[in-house]
Design a protein around this ligand. Structure first.
Ligand code: PTT
Ligand code: SF4
Length: 624
């Protein structure tokens, strides 16, 4: 560890140039560490500093960042997370994802806070990092192989190592691809799999033998014990261990938020067939990320269909809703089959469900022909699987569908029911009746992902109909915790959001690990800085290619505004454009952004981001 850090951070960043097969190590700037913590904060700063505006995301000039945080790896609950970030080939803006993996702990043990990957390997390759040894090796037969088998091979070759890899869909640079780990964990929805594919990088293997250092190890160990005990004794622990995120199917059905028929409805008649209870009948195992005592990976058996007999489909709520109700599928076996295909081929389940839903509706409306897309019908698992397979192999219409719903709607029409924001397909919450959640999706910094945006449960407690500034204040508060703190600290947010482990416990951990004295106020300042930086990245990219940035970028699709629900307790209801616009204006005011959603110069300066203001002005962006 660098002498400038007494604990928490490793103090070193590994830079690997795949084009040259070379690497170097740089110190982590202590000021950046304190101002941005790590993970997403560090990643967006690296991308802002090192990417030329307008870089083609699939060119060797794009940069891929793997970053952990100051809490990653310690013996405290759920500390095994890593951020994977890059300029997104799916959205064209800032993209990242968060995966729970042994690779994150191993990276910390190897003595790095981040790996920054440049260039493009001349041949398909595997990057192997073992402490100070860094090698770019030929991928050989691994190129073309499914993610599960790649992991198995590399884990055998490198016992104890953590592995990140892509499936064949990532190799073919389908834009809706993610990075896989631990046979069923996935991170990097905005096309991080395609970025790895464009770099000829099949996998990253990480192994470290060092010890993690905390400034006050005894204090951190006490806090760890306190945290584990808190969770074991929490109300809801037992049910969580039974169903994990799958309990959300029933909750969404009850609250008219279960995406159904491409987000046309919020309730699904066949929901019981894909509920957490049916999942429990199929459960054959349970696993999770490192250092977690509330593991949520529900491993299930497929009982019928082309993958019958497989006992390794790991299910979460998002996968189930997007590949189930959103496609009119109420048969768990088809959900498990599509889910397994996505994990093996490296497709993102949320985007896949959205693409299949859009294509089905477009076929029904005659925008896309059956000859092209297949005979797609709601609830027809076989037809959905066939299109999903051709997306994974980038064949025929599948190659086009792998570009995501925005690209499909631009090619065939149907923008009003192309369910994305900023090009990222919306996660599994219908928002016809939840304007606050719609705003959360609208303003999420990577496009419509629930990572930063799971406001729906807070909103239901406050009142769906409430259109107030206070509601938006709560949203900003939530974004600071979810998208600010958790994404930068390098730990899972589920102990907090699901079982109530308090935020101040995490701040105490941060101080014990780093030896610094962060307050909650400091953390909110860091979160605001990271949010401003992510927004500035998008604005700079839009300025660079001449599109310009406007508030329409923060508005969800027309479907929720124009087509009222026809089923369930809220039949007849839809979002109001006027109400949404008011919420959005309050949001900009609270963030110190102008009416086009661009951070003001004064806001950037107050966050210590004067250099960002200058960068934006250099590409012609007005900050008044
Ligand atoms: C995440 C997104 C999610 S979020 C789900 S289910 W979820 C989908 N999972 C996929 C999958 O699986 N396979 C696949 N091929 N594609 C998938 N796409 C979807 O990706 C995940 C958990 C979950 S399960 C959630 S909510 C929480 N997310 C966290 C987060 O974002 N940050 C954080 N600090 N802690 C979090 N804890 C929880 O982690 P993306 P994982 Mg994922 C099979 O990465 O890009 O953010 O997309 O990380 O290790 O799989 O854990 O109901
Ligand atoms: Fe991983 Fe789930 Fe545990 Fe979070 S709760 S650390 S996502 S296993």
């Amino acid at each position: 560890m660098s002498r400038e850090f007494s604990g928490g951070w490793s103090g070193r960043i590994l830079r690997v140039d795949l084009s040259r097969g070379s690497h170097s190590v740089r110190g982590l700037d202590p000021k950046a560490a304190v101002e941005l913590l790590g993970g997403r904060g560090l990643a967006v700063k690296i991308l802002w500093d090192e990417l030329e505006p307008g870089t083609d995301p699939l060119s060797p000039d794009n940069v891929l960042v793997l970053a952990v945080g100051p809490l990653t790896g310690f013996q405290i609950p759920s500390s095994g997370k890593m951020v994977i970030a890059s300029k997104s080939p799916l959205t064209g803006g800032y993209g990242d994802g968060n995966v729970g993996t042994r690779a994150s702990v191993q990276l910390k043990r190897a003595g790095y806070d981040a790996v920054v990957i440049y260039g493009r390997a001349p041949h398909p390759s595997v990057l192997v990092i073992e402490d100070d040894s860094v090698q770019v090796k030929p991928a050989g037969d691994l190129w073309g192989a499914d993610a599960y088998s790649v992991e198995e091979t590399l884990e055998e070759e490198h016992p104890g190592a953590g592995v990140l890899c892509i499936g064949p869909a990532g190799e073919r640079m389908a834009r809706i691809t993610t990075v896989l780990s631990e046979r069923g964990r996935a991170g990097g929805r905005p096309g991080m799999g395609a970025v790895m594919g464009s770099k000829n990088l099949k996998a990253v293997v990480i192994k470290g033998t060092g010890e993690l250092r905390a400034a006050d190890p005894d204090r951190l160990a006490d806090l760890g014990r306190e945290g584990y005990q808190f969770l074991r004794q929490a109300d809801g622990y037992e049910f969580w261990m039974r169903q994990g995120t799958m309990m959300t199917v029933e909750w969404c059905q009850e609250n008219s938020a279960l995406p159904t028929y491409n987000f046309r409805e919020g309730v699904f008649d066949g929901w019981e067939g894909i509920s957490g209870y049916v999942m429990e009948e199929r459960k054959v195992g349970q696993k999770g990320c490192p250092n977690c005592n509330m593991v949520c990976g529900m491993v299930c058996e497929v009982r019928s269909g082309p993958m019958a007999g497989r006992r390794d489909s790991e299910l979460d709520y998002e996968n189930c809703a997007m590949l189930g109700s959103n496609l009119g599928i109420g048969d768990m076996d088809w959900v498990l089959t599509l889910n397994l295909l996505a994990d093996e081929k490296g497709l993102d389940t949320i985007s896949l469900g959205s693409v299949l839903g859009f294509a089905t509706e477009a076929v029904q409306r005659g925008l896309i022909s059956e000859e092209k897309a297949g005979r797609l019908r709601w609830g027809d698992g076989e037809a959905m699987l066939s299109l999903a397979e051709s997306i994974a192999s980038a064949e025929g219409f599948g190659a086009q569908a792998g570009m995501g719903v925005r690209a499909l709607s631009q090619a065939y029409g149907g923008e009003g029911f192309a369910m994305h924001v900023k090009g990222l397909e919306i996660s599994a919450y219908d928002c016809h009746t939840t304007p606050g959640m719609a705003l959360a999706f609208g303003t999420s910094p990577i496009g419509a992902h629930h990572k930063d945006a799971w406001f729906i449960s807070w909103e239901l407690k406050m009142g769906r109909d409430l259109i107030t500034r206070e509601k938006v204040e709560r949203l900003v508060e939530m974004q600071r915790i979810r998208g600010g703190f958790f994404e930068c600290a390098g730990v899972c947010r589920l102990p907090w959001i699901e079982l109530g482990l308090p935020v101040d416990w995490y701040v105490r951990c941060l101080n014990a690990a780093t030896g610094l004295e962060f307050t909650e106020e400091d953390i909110w300042g860091i979160a605001d800085r990271v949010y401003a930086l992510m927004r500035a990245f998008w604005v700079r990219e839009y300025a660079a290619d001449g599109r310009g940035w406007g508030r329409e970028m923060d508005v969800p699709p027309a479907r929720w505004f124009d087509e009222p629900l026809t089923k369930g307790p809220f039949a007849g209801e839809k979002l109001s454009r006027e109400a949404y616009d008011r919420l959005l204006s309050w949001y900009y005011e609270l963030r110190g952004w102008n009416e086009r959603g661009i951070p003001r110069r004064s806001t950037l300066e107050s966050l210590g981001l004067g250099y960002v203001a200058e960068g934006l002005e250099r590409v012609g962006v007005s900050l008044s």
